[in-house]
Design a protein around this ligand. Structure first.
Ligand SMILES: Cc1cc2nc3c(=O)[nH]c(=O)nc-3n(C[C@H](O)[C@H](O)[C@H](O)COP(=O)(O)OP(=O)(O)OC[C@H]3O[C@@H](n4cnc5c(N)ncnc54)[C@H](O)[C@@H]3O)c2cc1C
Length: 294
C-alpha cells in the first residue's frame, strides 16, 4: 500500500520555498502538516515503515533548502496549543514563538522579551536554543516533551537533560528526538514594563538587522569572543552579491534573498565568507543555519 493511502492529507511534490523565511528551495517528494502530537508520531512511524528519509520543519526560519529539494517526507510541525498555569506556560512545538511571547506578555509574565522579532516555532527555538541579547530560551525551560524515534516512546527532558549550550541542545545532537512541547517558567512583571522591553529589543533589531528582507537570520554562530558579522564586515564583504543573494549591507552575518536567489547563490556567499574570515583572521566560522537537501 502506498504511503498516500495510510497518511491522510499527505501531499506530493510540494515546493518548500514558501515554507521558509529565505523563500528558497525545491520540492519535497512528500509533505505532511501535523496538527497534533498524535499526527506527528503517526507521520514519523509511517516514514520509518516506508524507509523514507524525513525532515522536521518548524517555521523554516533557520534553514536553507537546496534547489534540488528533498527526496523524502517533510513533516511540518503545526501542533500549536498554548496553556498558561500561574507562572508557567506549556506550549506545543508548532506554536509560534511570537504567540508564546504575546500570551506571556498579556499574562504579566516576563523572561522572553528578547525574542521580540524572532520568527519560527517553539520546537525550532528549543532545538537550537534560540537567544539574543545574552539570553536564551534555555533560561525559561522547565521541561521538554519529546518523541524518541529509536524507542518509540514519549519522554520528558528536564532542563539539565536538555544539555543546552550556545545554540546547542541534545535535540540538535540526537536527530531521533522530536520535540512535541515545552514547559516554561516565567517571572512576574507589569505588562507595561514587559512591553517597554519588547519595544526596546525590537527597535534595536530593526535598526541593526534587515528584517524587511527574506533571510534566515544569522548565518554563522559567533566564534567565542568575536562577532561573526563584524568579522565578515572587516573582510569588506557587506553588500557582496552573487546572483539573487547578497550579504546584507546592514548586517554582515545576514544573507538576503533579493527575490530570485538560488540555494547555490547563498552557498557561494557562505563559502566566500568562511574562506575570507579564515584567511584574514585564522578563524573558522561555523554555520548556525540548518541545511536540507544538499
Ligand atoms: C529575521 C530573523 C531574525 C532571527 N533572529 C534570531 C535571533 O535573534 N536569535 C536566534 O537564536 N535565532 C534567530 N533567527 C533564526 C530562527 O528564527 C530561530 O533559530 C528559530 O528558533 C528557528 O525556528 P523554526 O521553527 O523556524 O525552525 P526551522 O528553521 O523550521 O528548523 C530549524 C531546525 O530545527 C529542527 N526542528 C524544528 N522543529 C523541531 C521539532 N519540533 N523537533 C525537533 N527538531 C525541530 C529542524 O529540523 C531544523 O533542523 C532569526 C531568523 C530570522 C529570519
Amino acid at each position: 500500500m502506498p504511503i498516500e493511502k495510510e497518511l491522510k492529507n499527505i501531499k506530493k511534490d510540494v515546493s518548500l520555498a514558501p515554507f521558509t523565511t529565505f523563500k528558497i528551495g525545491g520540492r519535497a517528494k512528500y509533505f505532511f502538516v501535523a496538527h497534533s502530537q498524535q499526527q506527528i508520531i503517526e507521520a514519523l512511524e509511517q516514514a520509518q515503515k516506508y524507509h523514507l528519509p524525513f525532515f522536521i520543519l518548524g517555521g523554516g526560519s533557520n534553514l536553507l533548502v537546496s534547489d534540488k529539494g528533498f527526496d523524502g517526507l517533510v513533516i511540518k510541525i503545526q501542533n500549536s496549543k498554548i496553556e498558561r498555569k500561574d507562572s508557567s506556560i506549556i506550549a506545543e512545538a508548532g506554536a509560534n514563538l511570537a504567540q508564546l511571547l504575546t500570551i506571556a506578555k498579556n499574562s504579566g509574565l516576563s523572561g522572553l522579551e528578547w525574542a521580540a522579532g524572532i520568527p519560527g516555532t517553539v520546537g525550532g527555538a528549543l532545538r537550537g536554543n534560540s537567544g539574543a541579547f545574552g539570553k536564551s530560551i534555555a533560561d525559561l525551560v522547565k521541561n521538554v516533551r519529546v518523541f524518541d524515534i529509536s524507542t518509540r516512546t514519549i519522554k520528558n527532558y528536564s532542563t539539565k537533560d536538555c544539555l543546552f549550550g550556545y545554540r546547542e541542545s541534545i535535540f540538535k545532537k540526537n536527530k531521533e528526538l522530536v520535540i512535541l512541547s515545552g514547559e516554561f517558567v516565567f517571572d512576574r512583571d507589569s505588562i507595561y514594563e514587559i512591553e517597554k522591553r519588547m519595544k526596546r529589543y525590537l527597535e534595536y533589531r530593526k535598526a541593526k538587522q534587515p528584517l524587511e528582507c527574506f533571510s534566515a537570520g544569522c548565518i554563522f554562530k559567533n566564534p567565542e569572543g568575536f562577532s561573526a558579522g563584524k568579522l565578515i564586515e572587516k573582510c569588506s564583504l557587506k553588500g557582496k552579491r552573487k546572483g539573487g543573494a547578497q550579504i546584507s549591507k546592514k548586517h554582515g552575518n545576514f544573507i538576503i534573498n533579493l527575490g530570485n536567489a538560488t540555494s547555490q547563490d547563498v552557498m557561494f556567499l557562505i563559502t566566500l565568507a568562511k574562506e575570507e574570515v579564515k584567511r584574514k583572521f585564522g578563524i573558522e566560522l561555523e554555520e548556525e543555519i540548518e541545511f536540507l537537501g544538499f
